[in-house]
Design a protein around this ligand. Structure first.
Ligand code: 13P
Ligand code: SF4
Length: 341
């Protein structure tokens, strides 16, 4: 795995993958009961990404929270009546919720969960990069720090990245794109827009491999291929549908295949299977498997969220997300453009 993942997180990730911890039925029942009670008492709501633990996704659904892609997570926080948002995902998702709903309390089950794209785009280096291109619009992916968002003109998620760049290109704007080089390349290829790309990638999607996927397609010639655009371009070129997590789920429903090979984090399989009980889903091959497990199609940071730390956070009201005022105000401008696009 990319050396950007700290050793202790990597170790915990590999333990999780290898041991595949399951909750015993009594523990699960008690944890869910306790979390439901805490949410009621505190007027809280769960907001969870499709990549987190299946049991967190189920509990979020049972409590009328929001399980979604990163764009809908951001929007849901603004519209819910709850004044406590409990965000299961990675740090940028909690920060985005807080910036868009500053009057609400935002908690996360763990503050250790970050993202290789966020880590790969430190504000000082990014600022120096942007200073080289003063005539360009700065478009950043949501998977960035609040500081990077504050510097940007636009924030996008993969659900709307293509459309936003198409729009800017139609206005003859030249673009700085950061941080995901694969998503940037994909958008550049689709739109022909004038873009300079920051060089970073997602540790999960970067591992999907063209040759492995080609072999797998040969084994399952009747399967459709669904790919998240954080994957390398040669993998994207093999896809029947390319899109954000919610767009992948939609494509699995709408495309006329009974089987799919899926190149994204395997947390999404819970929703894919739930929405399509009669269809079959296979994980796309990654660079390392088994003992050489790299990401193994599972984000090491998303995997840090559990029902246990979710309950603990609610009991102690800890892991509060705070964003300094000036940065929040500046980031709000580019985030508002995202939510209202
Ligand atoms: P989505 O916006 O597609 O949910 O993606 C978020 C993410 O982190 C993908 O790796
Ligand atoms: Fe970041 Fe990749 Fe994890 Fe998504 S899957 S949160 S892009 S490291």
């Amino acid at each position: 795995m990319n050396e950007i993942v700290p050793g202790h997180i990597l170790k915990r990730h590999q333990d999780n993958i290898l041991i595949k911890k399951k909750y015993d039925p009594d523990t699960l029942k008690n944890l869910k009961k306790s979390i439901k009670k805490l949410l009621d008492e505190k007027n809280g709501v769960l907001i969870s990404h499709y990549y987190v633990d299946e049991e967190i996704q189920k509990l979020t659904e049972e409590t009328n929270g929001c399980v979604s892609d990163s764009l809908q997570m951001a929007k849901f926080g603004q519209t819910t009546d709850a004044n406590l948002l409990v965000v299961s995902g990675v740090k940028f998702m909690g920060e985005t919720s807080k910036i868009l709903s500053p009057e609400k309390t935002v908690l996360m089950p763990t503050l250790e969960a970050t993202c290789s794209l966020d880590l790969g785009c430190p504000i000082e280096d990014f600022k120096d990069f942007c200073d080289q291109y003063p005539d360009r619009e700065i478009v950043v992916y949501a998977n960035t720090s609040a500081e990077v968002k504050a510097l940007a003109d636009w924030v996008v998620t993969s659900s709307i990245a293509l459309e936003v760049v198409e729009y800017l290109d139609s206005q003859n704007k030249k673009i700085i794109w950061a941080p995901d080089k694969h998503l940037g390349k994909y958008i550049q290829t689709k739109t022909n827009a004038d873009m300079v790309l920051w060089d970073s990638s997602c540790v999960v999607h970067d591992e999907f491999k063209f040759q492995g996927l080609q072999k797998m397609k040969a084994l399952h010639p009747d399967a459709g291929v669904l790919v998240h655009p954080e994957s390398p371009m040669d993998v994207i070129n093999l896809a029947d549908a390319v899109g954000s997590t919610s767009q992948i789920i939609k494509a699995a429903k709408e495309l006329n295949y009974e089987k799919f090979i899926v190149a994204t984090d395997k947390g999404i399989f819970y929703q894919l299977q739930k929405e399509n009980p009669n269809k079959e889903f296979f994980e796309a091959p990654t660079a390392g498997n088994g003992a050489q497990c790299k990401s193994c199609s599972q984000c090491p940071w998303m995997g840090l969220n559990s029902l246990e730390n979710l309950e603990r956070t609610l009991i102690d009201m800890k892991n509060l997300i705070e964003v300094p005022n000036q940065i929040a105000l500046e980031a709000q401008r580019s985030l508002n453009r995202m939510t209202s696009f």
